[in-house]
Design a protein around this ligand. Structure first.
Ligand code: ADP
Length: 773
């Protein structure tokens, strides 16, 4: 009652089955299975004709015989081979093999019971061949099915005739003969199907036999029942024949309903997987490919195409495994031009017999055309047209979404670039204050990486310079102060980075509220450390300079007033002393102003180039010259001149530098402590090393003592005078002469400053009297 057949899909001359020559689990290729079935069929027919009973069939129906009986059986066989009568159920996912309920085995059994073996086989074979030819089924598939059918029919004929005598009666022997014959028919079918499916791949013969055995047994029972009934009624009460056919018809429709249900399930599964792909937000390419693949299966199509506005398109057909881009021919373009959904018969394109085309519309605008093309006789049903329309509509929406997603991704990456490149830190907090975005600049400012910050609250990842309780935490305070009517807020915070460095930063909040509730807070974080430092330096500078200017001004004003008021009465010595003090303080003021000018010149030029002379200089002589300026402290200064290096430099500037180092050493150590000055030559350089036994410099300040205006002492409580410019100017001058100043210090034990200058070489331009000014 069922027959396993290779799919009757009009697959064109290059059949999938014939082409797919890969060997399956059985070790046979599809071609070999087809060839084997043909050979076996031919052999079976040969055997049946040679050894089969030549006499008439065991049963005779009185009212019809001879050519009429043969004609009726032939027509019945043909009808069973026609698609409209049979019901097909797809057997594997690709639909290459189907099971077909078509009462063919029942008709074959009837032929065998009523006709001689030869006639029964010939009528069965020709009867099945004719509908196949009409249906335009591929030759290879026809050969395979004929081979299977020939083997099955021959085996049935041989067995039935062997069991039943010529004068058959309605007895147990008939039942046995029918059972044996049907079993042979079904078994041959089943074995062939197992081999074929195994050769196609993905299964084993055992699996196929297990899966299909039950169905085969049931259909065999049905076949025996119906054939026996029809035979008995045809012989005994022909008038009741329609009653015998009715159960078969009912069975056919029940099978058809079940097949339709199964097909519907497949279709739903396909549509579901297609919609899942669409819902996953695929790229344009993935959406188009899955649409083409899905519609090709759905409509059992030779090819599916999608032409988009740009003129080019994508196609999916047998010539490649997936979708490929496609430049449509003029005929295909013409097909695509039609405004509405339609079926074009014999479109004269490739070997297509009919094409279903539908416009792809988006917001009422046509953006392309989808086409489903078929070979052979398969017609499009109304449900196909409706289904294609809705699939195309889903695709159009997905394409639009894909386009929007693409644009969104582009926009997002632009935004990302802004966030990544911004000099200020950018932080986005969610409604709970947890960090969602932490720009790279935030790592620079706070030392906290995004991986650590994301998901945490600001107060949890940032250390404040003066730790606050939860209630006083400035971040929590900021959150409290942000309101829909005041969504912006600046909070200045002193932070301590994980590496211990202190930073000042301004957190500028811009909160987004929805229905009065905060949903997002975008915070721009500006590093104010440098600004704060400049501000502090300005303050320090003013305090220092006013202090420094006031110090010499006080004695100048005091002595000048004294001279003015009592000059006439003063002794010449006292007057001389007063004038000396005024001159020395005025000199000090002059030096101070000179320092300030030097510092501002260096800053304005932004480099260390000073107009200076580069000439050969004797370092020991310059140290001696400097010492003369410190006669008051002569007892403390110990000079050691083991070498007598000749260097290249500007003597005045060298004296200025040594003088600064010496005055610092005297100033920052107790009045009774000695200061050692040594001159030596080492590593191609001449060195002046000034060492004191004073207070020393804290290690965290060492890096900054050469900065402009930097003083280790707090300017508000300072006990020593100074502007914080001496070392800065000294180092700049040393650099300008190709030298360097370095410092070492141990707190509480003293400091050592070294000036190094390049040694004089005879070939140096200075030796030839060149002025480098
Ligand atoms: P100032 O005019 O303040 O002396 P300098 O630029 O010469 O300016 O020195 C910068 C700072 O370095 C000083 O304020 C002082 O704190 C520190 N300093 C310089 N030399 C010494 C030293 N020999 N011993 C201790 N501290 C020193």
């Amino acid at each position: 009652m069922t027959q396993h057949v290779v799919d009757g899909k009009e697959a064109g001359p290059a059949s999938d089955v014939a082409e797919d020559d890969a060997s399956g689990a059985s070790g046979l290729s599809v071609t070999q299975v087809v060839a084997a079935s043909v050979l076996l069929g031919a052999a079976a027919v040969g055997v049946a004709l040679a050894f089969g009973d030549a006499g008439p069939g065991p049963f005779r129906i009185g009212w019809i015989d001879g050519p009429w009986l043969r004609l009726v059986l032939f027509v019945m066989t043909c009808l069973c081979g026609v698609e409209a009568v049979g019901v097909r159920i797809r057997h594997d996912d690709d639909g290459e093999a189907v099971e077909e309920l078509n009462l063919l085995d029942g008709v074959a059994l009837l032929s065998v019971l009523l006709l001689p073996v030869r006639d029964a086989i010939l009528i069965s074979l020709i009867g099945i061949l004719l509908p196949y030819l009409v249906r335009g089924i591929d030759r290879v598939k026809v050969l395979y099915n004929l081979g299977v059918y020939a083997t099955a029919a021959s085996a049935t004929a041989l067995l039935v005739h062997a069991v039943m005598p010529e004068e058959g009666r309605f007895d147990a022997r008939l039942v046995v003969a029918m059972c044996v014959g049907t079993a042979a028919f079904v078994l041959v079918n089943l074995l062939h199907m197992a081999l074929l499916l195994t050769a196609i791949g993905g299964t084993t013969p055992g699996e196929v036999l297990r899966e299909d055995a039950r169905l085969s047994v049931l259909t065999a029972i049905g076949t025996v029942g119906i054939t026996g009934t029809v035979l008995a009624i045809a012989v005994a009460a022909p008038i009741l024949l329609p009653c015998a056919v009715l159960p078969a018809i009912a069975l056919r429709f029940a099978f058809a309903a079940s097949a339709a249900k199964q097909e519907e399930r497949r279709r739903s599964a396909r549509v579901l997987s297609f919609s899942q792909i669409l819902a996953s937000g695929p790229t344009r390419e993935v959406a188009v490919e899955s649409f083409l693949s899905m519609t090709r299966q759905e409509f059992d199509a030779e090819a599916t195409l999608l032409l988009l506005g740009t003129g080019t398109g994508m196609i999916m057909d047998d010539s490649s495994s997936g979708a490929r881009s496609y430049d449509p021919s003029a005929e295909v373009r013409r097909l695509a031009e039609h405004a509405d959904l339609r079926v074009v018969e014999s479109p004269d394109v490739r070997a297509w017999s009919r094409v279903l085309t539908t416009p792809v519309m988006l917001d009422g605008v046509r953006v392309g055309t989808a086409m489903v093309a078929r070979h052979g006789t398969g017609r499009f049903r109304a449900s196909d047209i409706t289904s294609l329309r809705s699939l195309v509509a889903s695709l159009a929406v997905t394409l639009q979404n894909a386009e929007q997603t693409k644009r969104l991704v582009e926009e997002t990456s632009k935004l990302r670039a802004v966030i990544d490149q911004a000099g200020d830190g950018i932080v986005v907090l969610d409604r709970d204050g947890a960090v969602q975005v932490w720009s790279p600049a935030m790592l620079r400012i706070t030392g906290v990486p995004a991986s650590l910050a994301t998901g945490s609250r600001l107060g949890e990842v940032l250390d404040l310079e003066s730790p606050a309780s939860d209630a006083e935490c400035p971040f929590a305070e900021g959150e409290r102060r942000l309101r829909p009517d005041a969504p912006q807020l600046d909070i200045d915070i002193e932070l301590v980075r994980p590496d211990g460095e202190a930073r000042s930063a301004r957190f500028s909040h811009a909160a987004v509220f929805e229905d009065g509730a905060l949903v997002r807070d975008v915070v721009i974080v500006r590093d104010l450390t440098a600004e704060r430092q400049v501000e502090r330096m300005k303050g320090d500078f003013i305090a220092t300079v006013s202090h420094e200017l006031r110090t010499p001004l006080t004695p100048i004003k005091g002595y000048a007033t004294m001279l003015l008021k009592r000059g006439d009465t003063m002794t010449p010595e006292k007057r001389q002393r007063a004038l000396d003090v005024i001159v020395s303080r005025a000199d000090h003021l002059g030096r101070l102003v000179e320092d300030l000018l030097s510092a501002s010149t260096i800053t304005a030029n932004n480099d260390a180039r000073h107009p200076m002379i580069a000439e050969r200089a004797d370092l020991v002589a310059l140290v001696d010259r400097t010492r003369e300026d410190f006669l008051a402290a002569a007892s403390r200064v110990r000079i050691d001149t083991s070498d007598r290096p000749q260097v290249v430099g500007d003597p005045t500037r060298v004296v200025q530098i040594i003088s600064n180092l010496l005055s610092n050493a005297l100033k920052y150590s107790d009045g009774d402590r000695p200061v050692h000055v040594s001159v030596c030559e080492d590593g191609g350089k001449g060195h002046v090393v000034v060492r004191d036994e004073g207070a020393g410099i804290p290690s965290d300040q060492m890096g900054r003592i050469f900065d402009k205006f930097h003083r280790v002492e707090d300017p508000m409580v300072m006990s020593t005078g100074g502007t914080g410019l001496g070392l800065y100017i000294a180092r700049q001058l040393a650099h300008a002469m190709g030298g360097e100043i370095t410092a070492e210090s141990t707190l509480g034990q003293g400091s050592t400053f070294s000036l190094s200058l390049p040694l004089h070489r005879p070939e140096h331009p200075a030796d030839r009297g060149l002025d480098l000014r």
